[in-house]
Structures are given as structure tokens and as C-alpha cells.
Design a protein around this ligand. Structure first.
Ligand code: ATP
Ligand code: MG
Length: 245
């Protein structure tokens, strides 16, 4: 689904991503982990076209997409969410998801249809998936932080992605909320046949749901594989899990 080869990015001489390669199989749940500043967000921005790499390539569904603009990647089926929440705070929950559908699919021939009816079924189905149907008419900016993250996931789903890149979808949540939220994301991915690539600081969650884990440290991959392999990897234990052997 996704193949990243030798991606590099420096900021003013500081190498944030230093030659990263990994791949994400179709239909898998994969995680990128690493300590603060390891380069995870930068890597996501390189993959999703928000940053241009200094070198390396990204291919998506077998097609080279390096340097393609984010909205074009989105149209090809690459969805993402941000580490910080990205919603329209003054719109209702329903309108946020509906606006995503309108921007993605266009108004088509329904020029004379009342706006609030557009993509109603689709928007309601997404809101039901993310558990926000009962809050559809609330103003998004007044939702709790956890609910805003759920909404952001709903907006991402409305763009009908085949792969979803989630950069710390549980940032700022309690560990209980984190678990619930990740279970929700995993269920949605399974139901909709989505490929998932995410970053997350809660290791228990990462190891519980991922089929593949790539570990970044100072902009480089130090381990990559199935959870069991990664867990046993000496360098991971040393630099990341904080063990001294
Ligand atoms: N636009 C930028 N300009 C300069 N330095 C940057 C920029 N973006 C990121 N960096 C630096 O690159 C390194 C990697 O940052 P990045 O945000 O990718 O890490 P991260 O793994 O996502 O960290 P976190 O877990 O805290 O989200 C950091 O040292 C950061 O300060
Ligand atoms: Mg980050």
C-alpha cells in the first residue's frame, strides 16, 4: 500500500529524518514509534505531501507520489489526521463531516438541493461509526478534547481514504480514553477495510493492535517488524524502553 524509500529531511542543517525506509502492507495496522523528536511527525508530513523531502521516494498503491500536493494525495485515497486537532470550531459536528463530504465529492448535480441535506446519510453513518451521532448538532468547538479527536477521525473518514495516517490520534487523552479511542479506530479500520499507519506514545496500545512496528530514533529506523521482534530488539530496549543492559 505504501512504500517509503530512503526519505530524508533536514531543517537548517539539522537532520530530522535521515534516510528512512519501510513499507505498509495493504489492510495492515502499522505503527511508527519513537521518543519525542524522533522524526515521526516530520515523516508523516513527508509522506502526506505537507513537506517536500530532500531525497528519497514515496510510492502509494504502486505509484510514485513523492512531492505530490496533500489534496491530490487525499484524492488518491491517502487520509490523515494531525497531532493537534484540526476542525471547524464554529460549525456543528454534523456540518464538519458534511463539509468534508462536499469538499471531497463536490456538490455534483444537486445545485438546488438544500445544503443541509447533502450527504446526510453518509455523514450520519460516519458520525455513528465514531460515536458522535448524539452530538451531531453541537458546536464542534465546545466538544470535549476526546470528542474533538473523534470528530477529526470522522472528517478524515468522510474523505473516503484507503490508508489513514494518524499522528498521535490520542494526544492529550487519559490512558482510559486512549484505549477506548484506539479500539474504536481499529474497529473502524477493520469494518471499512482501511490500512492504518499511526503514531502513539502508549506502548501497551501500540503493541496490542499493530501487526508491524517501525521504531525511529534520531531520524533513523532502529527496528522494524512484528511486535514480538521489535519488543525483543536490544537497541529498542536500550534507547526507547529505557533499559540499560
Ligand atoms: N519545521 C521545523 N523546523 C526546524 N526543526 C524542526 C521542524 N519540524 C521538526 N523539527 C525538528 O525535527 C525533529 C523531529 O521532530 P518531529 O516533530 O518530527 O518529532 P516527533 O517524533 O513527531 O516528536 P513528538 O513525539 O514530540 O511528536 C525535532 O528535533 C524537531 O525540533
Ligand atoms: Mg510528532
Amino acid at each position: 500500500m505504501l512504500e517509503v524509500r530512503e526519505l530524508r529531511k533536514s531543517f537548517d542543517g539539522f537532520q530530522a529524518v535521515g534516510g528512512v525506509s519501510f513499507s505498509v502492507p495493504r489492510g495492515s495496522v502499522s505503527a511508527i514509534i519513537g521518543p519525542n523528536g524522533a522524526g515521526k511527525t516530520t515523516l508523516f508530513n513527508l509522506i502526506t505531501g505537507h513537506l517536500r523531502p530532500d531525497a528519497g521516494s514515496v510510492s502509494f498503491k504502486g505509484r510514485e507520489v513523492t512531492g505530490i500536493a496533500p489534496h491530490d494525495l487525499c484524492r488518491l485515497g491517502m487520509g490523515r489526521s494531525f497531532q493537534r486537532t484540526n476542525i471547524f470550531p464554529q460549525l456543528t459536528v454534523y456540518e464538519n463531516v458534511q463539509a468534508a463530504y462536499v469538499s471531497h465529492r463536490g456538490r455534483g448535480w444537486s445545485l438546488f438541493e438544500r445544503v443541509e441535506r447533502l450527504f446526510r446519510e453518509e455523514a450520519e453513518s460516519v458520525l455513528a461509526s465514531v460515536g458522535l451521532l448524539d452530538k451531531a448538532s453541537e458546536i464542534a468547538g465546545f466538544l470535549s478534547h476526546g470528542n474533538q479527536k473523534q470528530l477529526e477521525l470522522g472528517i478524515a473518514l468522510a474523505l473516503e481514504p484507503e490508508i489513514l495516517l494518524l499522528d498521535e490520534p490520542t494526544a492529550g487523552m487519559s490512558s482510559q480514553e486512549t484505549r477506548e479511542s484506539i479500539q474504536l479506530i481499529e474497529r473502524i479500520a477493520r469494518e471499512r477495510g482501511l490500512t492504518l499507519l499511526f503514531t502513539e506514545h502508549d506502548m501497551e496500545v501500540v503493541f496490542a493492535i499493530s501487526q508491524r512496528i517501525t521504531v525511529l530514533h534520531q531520524g533513523r529506523v532502529i527496528a522494524d517488524g512484528a511486535p514480538d521482534e521489535v519488543r525483543r530488539h536490544p537497541e529498542v530496549r536500550r534507547v526507547y524502553l529505557g533499559e540499560r543492559h
